[in-house]
Design a protein around this ligand. Sequence first.
Ligand code: ZN
Length: 144
Amino acid sequence: MTEKLHIVCPHCHTTNRIAAAQLGGEAHCGSCHQPLVTGRPVPLDDASFVRHVGRSQLPVVVDFWAPWCGPCRMMAPAFEQAAGTLKTQAQFAKLDTQAHPQAAAPFHIRSIPTMVVFREGRELGRISGALPASEIVRWVQSVI
Ligand code: ZN
């Protein structure tokens, strides 16, 4: 029997059910037909945040950030690099806490950047402060 996972499309945010083994290959969204695994952080808004965080059985690493935050902007390339390294193990995502404060409010984010890992609505871990790519990868692997 093959393990099936609910994966939320990073393009149209439809929930797909795919075999875990397909994650490393060419899995495409049944709705918009774009690749489900991109290795790139997906920008979220209020609605897509709820879908990814609540439904994805692939861990979702959310970077809570804001445009005015210097350390957040500095960490962005490292976050993108980590997203590529871990593309079959986690979906990386970004939530702009200035544009979407309602989505962030329930999580009581006290400082940014803060990264939180979720799976099916449960918080697996969080860490605050900007990190280099290698430390983001190590931290995510330690909590998933
Ligand atoms: Zn799609």
